[in-house]
Design a protein around this ligand. Structure first.
Ligand SMILES: NC(=O)c1ccc[n+]([C@@H]2O[C@H](COP(=O)([O-])OP(=O)(O)OC[C@H]3O[C@@H](n4cnc5c(N)ncnc54)[C@H](O)[C@@H]3O)[C@@H](O)[C@H]2O)c1
Length: 258
């Protein structure tokens, strides 16, 4: 039977210590997966630990800086030493940097690309060899990667990640490995907790659903993309943004005439 259940599957989630990554790890455990949650901290962060009491799958924690190639090799060797095939990878870890066009430095770009683009590339390179047909990779983009969002390093990194995702879908398709991207809008996490009220207000004004999103709302789409229910979906991009990226600027016109 085709279902959202992931029993018997091993899934690696990066940046799983808090925010969306932690919610994804918790939901995947609930769906029965063995989840290898990874993040920068040496020990399992508290936000994740509550998934351990869940009834279904299993939660394991590993320290991993996604920009560090040797860390990925160690993770791959560790997975192999347990004899675990990898069925899913969620490239969720990401950082932001808010310099604008005339201020952004090359160092800003390199730092953000090191995590948001190279991190995902290293993840795919390291774990695809441990995957078989039916495996699924989900990259976490952003509405910034669908629009001209103002922070230069972040926005261009997410556009680059889209290219990497499409290319990986093409390259790995013949092996039966799917690669898709979710593009969150304004989601309530520690990353957005410090956003200026003006940013929040302006974003809500562009969002047809008129509210920000919750971490579980992104996690649900990630679960779908990892599950056999999406077995013919690859190279796809799914905004999870309350419609923010869907209207091409027409919302203000529509609102003005209401
Ligand atoms: N929150 C939003 O509104 C929003 C919107 C669009 C896209 N996103 C994307 O969603 C993803 C998750 O964002 P979030 O809001 O949960 O962010 P967050 O800052 O709350 O959590 C990000 C996690 O990534 C980890 N991380 C950072 N650098 C890392 C590295 N080098 N190696 C491993 N882990 C690292 C952090 O320790 C943290 O636990 C990111 O890719 C982000 O760009 C978020």
């Amino acid at each position: 039977m085709v279902s959202l259940q992931l029993e018997g599957r091993t899934v690696v989630v990066t940046g799983a210590g808090q925010g969306q990554g932690a919610a994804e790890a918790r939901l995947l455990v609930e769906a029965g997966a063995r989840v290898i949650a990874t993040d920068l901290a040496a020990d399992m962060p508290a936000e994740l630990a509550r998934a351990e009491s869940g009834p279904a799958g299993q939660l394991l924690y590993r320290q991993l800086d996604v920009s560090d190639a040797s860390g990925w090799s160690e993770l791959a060797s560790w997975l192999q030493s347990h004899g675990w095939r990898v069925d899913g990878l969620v490239n969720n870890a990401g950082i932001t940097q808010r310099s604008r066009l005339l201020d952004a430095s090359v160092a800003d770009l390199q730092k953000v690309y090191g995590v948001n683009v190279a991190g995902a590339l290293l993840g795919i390179q390291s774990l695809a060899p441990l995957m078989g047909s039916g495996a699924s990779i989900v990259n976490v983009g952003s509405v910034a990667g669908l629009t001209a969002h103002y922070p230069v390093a972040y926005t261009t990194s997410k556009w680059a990640l889209r290219g990497l995702s499409q290319l990986a879908a093409l390259e790995l398709g013949p092996r039966g490995i799917r690669v898709n991207t979710v593009h969150p809008g304004f989601i309530e996490t520690p990353m957005t907790a410090g956003a200026k009220p003006e940013f929040r207000q302006a974003t809500l004004a562009e969002t047809p659903l008129g509210r920000t999103g919750g971490v579980e709302e992104v996690a649900g789409v990630v679960l779908f993309l990892l599950s056999p229910l999406s077995s013919y979906v690859t190279g796809a991009e799914i905004p999870v943004d309350g419609g923010q990226s869907s209207h091409g600027g027409a919302k203000s016109v529509s609102d003005a005439l209401r």
